[in-house]
Each structure stands twice: as C-alpha cells, then as structure tokens.
Design a protein around this ligand. Structure first.
Ligand code: MN
Length: 424
C-alpha cells in the first residue's frame, strides 16, 4: 500500500485560484488525464481545482524533470507516478513557481477531455453484494444469491471500443426484446434503459501470459481509479443473457470519469475490508491476504443524480437519486485483479475493470433504477412532478465519488455524466 507523506498534508495550500478546499481536485489529489486545450492536440495533464496543468509543457520549461509520454506510461510506472506527484505538489504549493508555471494552466471549462489512455480490454465484475442480492431477489425471491457468489468474484468480458469519457451523449440502443406474455420477440428501442453506479480500476503494470498475479502483489498492478457507468438495457438483457451472460444490453456505451485518481492519492482513504458475515466461506488461498483485508477497502462515498429535460426547462437543480459507498464491495479490487489473472490471463496497461454496481442495503442507496424502481413497479418521483422507472430521452445521469478520512483533505473523482439521446 502507498505511504502517507507530505503530499497528503491537509494544510497544503495551492496558489491556483479556487484549488484549496475544491470538492474534487485540491492539491492533495493530483489526478492524471488526457486533455486538449482549445484547438490543440491531446496531451497528458493533471487536474488542480478548476484548471488543468500541461505536463509536457512543464518538462519543456524545465519545471518537471520527467516527461510522461502519455497517461498509460504514468499508469504503468509507480516510480514515475510518485515522482510526478511529489514534484507537482511542490510546484503547485510554492508561490515561487507561480509565474513560471501559470502559462501552462488551462481552464478546464475551455478544454476537451479524452479517454485517459487506450483501453485494450474491459472486464466488468459483480462485487456489489447488495446489488447482486437485490437484483437476484427480483428473479429468485427465495434464492437471490447464486451458490458461487461468495466463493468466486463473478465477472464477464465487456466491450472496450464503446467506452467514452464523461459528457459524450449516449444513444438509446435498439435491440431484440420479448415481453413475458408475448410469443415472439420484436426489434426496437430499449424501453428499460438503466444506469449502473460502478468504480473503474485501471491496470498499471500488466502480467505476462501464463503468469498469474499473486494476491499480495495485486494492489501493485493497479494504476488508478475512476467512476464507471455501465449503461444497461434491461429489456434486451432479460431476453439475451442466458446462457452466456450480458452481450448487446451493455456493449452500446460505457461512460467513465476522465481523471485517473492514483493509488497514491487514495492512501489516506484505505479502509479495512468489511468482515465476512458469520457462516460465509473463507475465500480460497489465492484470493486471501491479511494485508489486503486490513487495507484493501476504500472510504469512498458515491452519489447518483438525475436531471431531466423538463427539470432543465424549469431551472431545477439535479435531483439526488441515491447515495452509496465503496464499502459495499464483497471482494476487494486486489481480489478482482488476482482472480482475473489466476487463469494465466494477461492483464495489460490501460485495461479497465469495473467493480459491478455498488448499491447499499437500502432503497435510497440503489446503484441502478432497476433497484430504485423495484423492477419497474415503483416509479421514482422527481421534483419536476415527473416520475421514472427507467431513463427517458434527455435525462442526464451523473455519478460522483468523494473520499473522506478524519484529519485529511477530502478528494473527489470529478463527474461521470451522460445524456440519453433518442434511438436512431
Ligand atoms: Mn455492470
């Protein structure tokens, strides 16, 4: 696990206007991403308050001594990540650097964010035990969790080509569905379009094909974290998912927050993994590490808001749909990594793992509309007087995450947003 050092000091103050106390990006965070200044090419940058600092320009100006070619190389090289973090912390807090560095600071609002790096492969897990239980109960009231759940981190191989950064609109998918009382399926726009509140985990250093990653080394292969919305067409999913699992219901678009929050930034916010309830099986040895159980969790609060077209018309603020927490993961991120590679599967730099929907045990902590609306039976009421069971065209869903720990400056992940566009 990463140590806590002077870069986490809550008393650090940045010369960048508005950075101190920023809800997401105070100087204690320093997340990396790929951005374009207006009419310029993409390049790696670091978020500070409502600004982005251009890393390559800092190297050219001799304000940084290492040139990260791209965000993938930052992910893959823990020593580079740590060295950049230490240098950037000094640069952004010591007012003597202000005049030299300020020309390379861009207002985030003027810039375009891209995917942080090329994502070669994407895997989605299912470690949110309350989601697995609640969704399971909709289909199997007497036996919500399948017998493998507490032994093996369940996952499936997803689609990397349709992952987009926050802000890119989501076209409602069309597909094949069959109503329970219909004899034959039909093809058309999904009528049960949903979101899924998830964390994304970026692989830093990969492993060679045939060479598993021991659980004790798994955390060291994680290069960073983001938010992930695994948009899901529930009606397509219900018809297509047996026997091989999700396919077109989830491959049409996945949204991630564009900033990679590093394991180093999250050091003060590590937590013990919640103990397994009495009677749960102890995981097999390749998934068990005392150190991971002691520090492998995250103190990370999660929220979902919705803003409909009518709410925008009426000037209403986005409405809080649910509040959850990363503690609802039954398996740690290190267990996800160790399990993924246990077959000898090679993980590569920039591969993305989703945790699965992170719902809490109560309805107001639901990480999807499927749970919030109890399978479409209980519409959610909105301040505009509208109701939702599933998403309507024009709806904007925004995921947010904030890490908190007593005695430390809180840091956030930035928004993970997408607006639903009509089917084509
Ligand atoms: Mn998912």
């Amino acid at each position: 696990m990463s140590p806590i050092d002077q870069t986490h000091d809550p008393k650090l103050s940045s010369w960048v206007p508005g950075a101190d106390g920023h809800a997401d990006f105070p100087v204690q965070n320093l997340p990396f991403g790929t951005f374009s200044p207006p009419d310029e090419a993409p390049r790696p940058g670091v978020a500070i308050g409502d600004y982005i600092l251009d890393l390559q320009a800092l190297v050219a100006a001799r304000l940084l001594n290492e040139a990260p070619a791209d965000v993938a190389s930052i992910l893959a090289t823990p020593a580079l990540r740590k060295s950049l973090r230490a240098q950037l912390s000094r640069l952004l807090t010591d007012p003597r650097y202000r005049a030299a560095a300020e020309p390379y600071l861009f207002a985030t609002a003027d810039c375009t964010m891209h995917l942080p790096c090329r994502i070669g492969d994407y895997t989605d897990f299912y470690v949110g035990i309350h989601h697995a239980t609640q969704v399971g109960a909709l289909f199997r009231p007497d036996n919500p969790l399948l017998p493998n759940y507490k032994h093996v981190p369940i996952g499936y191989h997803g689609r990397a080509s349709s992952i987009r950064p926050s802000g890119v609109p989501v076209v409602r998918p069309s597909g094949q569905t069959k109503a329970p009382d219909a004899e034959t399926p039909t093809f058309g726009p999904s009528r049960r379009l949903d979101f899924e509140l998830e964390l994304g985990v970026f692989i830093g250093q990969g492993n060679a094909l045939g060479q598993p990653i021991p659980i004790g080394e798994a955390a060291g292969h994680i290069g960073g974290f983001c938010l992930l919305n695994d948009w899901s067409a529930r009606d397509l999913q219900a018809w297509e998912y047996q026997p091989l699992g999700p396919f077109l219901a989830k491959n049409f678009h996945t949204t991630i927050s564009p900033w990679i929050v590093t394991p180093e930034a999250l050091a003060p916010f590590r937590a013990a993994q919640a103990p397994r309830p009495d009677g749960d099986p102890k995981p097999l040895r390749y998934l068990w590490s005392d150190d991971d159980q002691a520090h492998g969790g995250l103190n990370l609060g999660l929220t979902v808001t919705i803003e409909t077209a009518k709410m925008r018309e009426l000037g209403l603020a986005p409405h809080l749909l649910s509040q959850s927490h990363a503690r609802h993961m039954y398996w740690t991120v290190a267990q996800m990594v160790a399990h993924h590679a246990s077959s000898g599967c090679n993980l590569e730099t920039g591969d993305l793992l989703g945790t699965g929907t992170l719902s809490g045990p109560t309805r107001d902590a639901s990480g999807s509309l499927l749970e919030l609306s109890e399978g479409g039976k209980s519409p959610v009421e909105l301040p505009s007087g509208e109701t939702r069971t599933f998403l309507a065209d024009g709806d904007i869903i925004t995921l947010q995450a904030h890490a908190e720990a007593p005695g430390f400056a809180s840091i956030g992940f930035g928004a993970c947003s997408g607006m639903i566009l009509p089917a084509r």
